[in-house]
Design a binder for this molecule. Sequence first.
Ligand SMILES: NC(=O)C1=CN([C@@H]2O[C@H](COP(=O)(O)OP(=O)(O)OC[C@H]3O[C@@H](n4cnc5c(N)ncnc54)[C@H](O)[C@@H]3O)[C@@H](O)[C@H]2O)C=CC1
Ligand SMILES: O=C([O-])C1=[NH+]CCC1
Length: 325
Amino acid sequence: AVSPPLLIPVDIHFPLYKSNCNFKQLIESLKEGFATPSIQVPMRHHHDYPNPPEDKDSTLLLMPAFNPGVDAGVKIVTVSPNNGKYNLPAIQGTYIYLDAHKGNIKAILDAKSLTTKRTASTSALASSFLSREDSSSLLMIGTGALAKNLIHAHTSIRPITKVYVWGRTIEKAQAVCDSLTNESYSCTAITSIEDKISKVDIISCATLSPTPLVFGKWLKEGQHLDLVGAYKKDMREADDDAIIKSSVFLDTYQGGLKESGDIVIPLNNGTLKVEDIKADLFELCNGAKKGRTSEKEITYFKSVGHALEDLVAASYFYNEFISNK
Ligand SMILES: NC(=O)C1=CN([C@@H]2O[C@H](COP(=O)(O)OP(=O)(O)OC[C@H]3O[C@@H](n4cnc5c(N)ncnc54)[C@H](O)[C@@H]3O)[C@@H](O)[C@H]2O)C=CC1
Ligand SMILES: O=C([O-])C1=[NH+]CCC1
């Protein structure tokens, strides 16, 4: 089982509350959210700051969103990329969920688990437009907090029977597989990305790697690539060849064009032009643009995260809490 966000309902003074995440429902809520024009999302603050004990920058993200007359919220998260060595997740923080009419705090959610659920569901939402409907295999690259959630979300929308997990150590990849019991797919830990990558239908990558792990020369017709990590301009999970071979889609133009090396580096070196990018999730969800258009197309989805996803997910978990109380 995947642990859900912890909910501390402020209005109703309940103790910590755990609810289950139904990925199908959360994916559907996100689809509606991306097609709801009243939800407003200012550009998030993305501050990289020095972390002298680690000799590696950390990041502070401040992410507000509001749906006038309905609800609002703000997420405060840090990304501490060396946290693996302390057995801590890279992403930590808080989400404050507000009533947009009277301004009261409706709930406070743990931002780490909220982020894992909404990010995985956003990837699966993109996959629903971009992967082949008959996709039956998934390669998960990365073994962190997102890995299990991405596997749950992707397998909830496609008939996947085989999942492969790669991590920097086989033990961590095996631990992800061991945590996925009683599922309708097999899960196998692997030691080489190269050996498996051209044999699967969907590749999902969620790591802190600064340099590519996915190379275009390995990609084959019909695959879908889901790139979740690389949250800074100098990080990337896939190389220029992957861009050249693919139809490129973003979670949003707002952050996607600015924040990740997976898009910024190919834009700067001329491999990719803004007008080559096919669509973002707003355009896919409101029907303005199409996703996959052929069985042979390779689709490339890059996310950096968006505060609309947090607001929609907070609302989903809050309503689950209210209806199950
Ligand atoms: N697109 C989005 O909306 C979001 C993206 N993220 C990003 O997704 C990535 C994964 O997040 P979590 O699973 O929460 O992090 P985590 O800290 O729980 O796990 C990180 C994973 O990356 C691996 N890793 C670290 N350095 C690596 C390297 N050089 N090569 C290969 N693997 C490496 C670690 O072994 C671990 O498996 C992070 O970069 C995070 O910033 C996180 C939340 C939202
Ligand atoms: O949207 C988000 O919460 C994040 N994006 C990259 C790291 C965390």
